[in-house]
Structures are given as C-alpha cells and as structure tokens.
Design a protein around this ligand. Structure first.
Ligand code: PXL
Length: 277
C-alpha cells in the first residue's frame, strides 16, 4: 500500500483541507499520514473563526519520523498558515524527497481574484518559491495570476492561458495543472502541461452554476490519490474534475446541502467506480 503525507489545516467544520483530503485519499486505498498546520473552528469564510497555529509541532513530528525511518510515496501540501510554514515545507521536501517520490503543491491562498483573509502579496511570492521545488503544482487561475504577476482576468483566450502555463512552468515544477479554466459560459476545465514531455492536455466538462469552498481541495486530493493508484496525470485529471463536479451537483440538488462545503461523501462510491475499485 502506498503512503502519502498531506500537510494542511484542520478546519473543524467546513469540509475543506484535511477533513476532505483524509477521507478521499484513504477511500482510494492509500495510507494518508498528516501534519495539521493549524486548527480552526471553521474555514476562513465564516466570521469569527478560531485559529490555533501548530507551526511549533511540525519539526518535532518530522524529526521523530526520520528516527523511525518513515518515508512517503508523495508529499502533498495545501493551505499553509504563514511564511514560516512555507520555509519549513521547503526543508521538509529536502529531507523527505527521494528519487521516486512526488512532491505536490496546491498553493491554496486565493480564489475569484482575491487572496483569502490573512494572506498578502509577499505570501504569494513566497508560495511561488515552494512551487519551484515541486514535481506537480495545482493552482487555480487566481493563485496563478498572483504567483506569475499576470493580470487576473475572468474572460480570456487560449493565448492568455498558454502564457500563464509557461510562466508557471518557469517557476520550476515539472507538471502544471491549472484549474478553473473556462472559455465559454457553459463549461469549465483543467489545463495540464508537462515540461519534460512538452505535452499539454485540456479537459472540460459542463459547468454547474454554483460555487462552494473546499472544491479545490477535493480536486487536488483526488488527483493525489489517483496518482498514488498509478494513474498518469492525464488519466487523473478527468476523474478528479468529474468527481468534483458531481460533488457540487449533489449539493445543489440536496435541499439540506451545506452552504459552506459540498456533499463529497455521497459521491465516494462514484469516485471508486471511476478508478476501478
Ligand atoms: O479550501 C481552502 C481552504 C483551506 N483551509 C482554510 C480555508 C480555505 C478556504 O477558504 O479558509 C482554513
């Protein structure tokens, strides 16, 4: 059984970060070790959320793992709480990188043209340096625009996306997976690019007209779990995109659907069928 490490916060209520990564990656048959970066009462889209920073715990945890000879088939980072945590992740990558494992960075910090509360441009620039150390990065268009310095646009053409992908690849990662790429009203998709093979791949599907927090984490977790099941990035993209869209649709159709996150739990059987489990 493969073992991955994911490093992100615990939002106790919110259906994002670790509370979606753990169940999704585990359901895909992959051991999921975690480092919680912080504990919040809810994700930061609620008002008055509590926040307990756990930075001081990270190095003692990884030191113990080194003593126990524990390693990982991939390391996947999501929401990080501070510049200092980015520095610590860079060290963790150096320590746990092997010839065969994958470093995957989802530079969670922004959406819809805006940084999440508590982040600023300096954080975005620092996140770009962490992306440089990754094998695979999974930004959305907003995060990509902050990291590349390109203007954020809601309407654009293929040349804009091509330039964004090129600038992201120049940051240093081998494979760039850009989410939320939409060229027309009715569809939305994901653009992947692999620098070594110079291959691009665009996958789009019908757009569900609703937006929820945590869907980026669901997409990335599924992609990470798919790769750990030996799918290629091109095989994993449609599965992760379709599963995320299905979670959104189920939430829209549910009269008790939560406003703060999607019904990812109900779509797990669909996900397992898609990966042949
Ligand atoms: O889903 C991204 C995310 C993760 N963690 C926290 C967040 C958010 C998005 O708002 O607030 C704490």
């Amino acid at each position: 059984m493969k073992r991955i490490l994911t490093v992100q916060d615990i939002s106790c209520v919110g259906k994002c970060s670790l509370t979606v990564a753990l169940p999704i990656i585990s359901a895909l048959g992959v051991e999921t070790a975690i480092i919680p970066t912080a504990v919040l009462s809810t994700h930061t889209m609620f008002k008055n959320f509590t926040f307990k920073d756990l930075t001081d715990e990270i190095l003692p945890i990884t030191k113990h793992w080194k003593e126990e000879n524990i390693g990982f088939d991939s390391i996947y980072t999501g929401y990080l709480g501070s510049d200092e945590q980015i520095d610590i992740m860079a060290k963790l990558f150096d320590e746990f990188k092997t010839d065969d494992n994958l470093i995957i960075v989802d530079p969670v910090m922004a959406d819809n043209g805006k940084l999440y509360p508590a982040f600023d441009m300096a954080f975005a620039k620092k996140m770009a340096t962490l992306c440089a150390k990754a094998d695979i990065i999974i930004p959305n268009i907003t995060e990509a625009s902050f990291m590349t310095g390109m203007e954020y646009k809601t309407s654009y053409d293929e040349a804009y996306i091509r330039e964004m992908i090129n600038r992201l690849a120049e940051l240093g990662a081998k494979t760039v997976i850009l989410t939320g790429v939409t060229y027309d009203e009715g569809s939305i998709g994901v653009m992947g690019y692999d620098r070594e093979s110079d291959e691009s791949y665009y996958y789009k599907h019908d757009k569900v007209n609703a937006s929820y927090h945590g869907t980026g984490d669901i997409f990335s977790s599924t992609l990470v779990g798919g790769l750990a099941n030996d799918l290629t990035w091109k095989e994993a993209i449609p599965i992760a995109a379709d599963y995320t869209a299905k979670c959104i649709q189920l939430t829209v159709d549910d009269k008790d659907g939560r406003f703060y996150g999607v019904n990812f739990e109900e779509a797990i059987p669909y996900l397992l069928k898609r990966v042949g489990k």
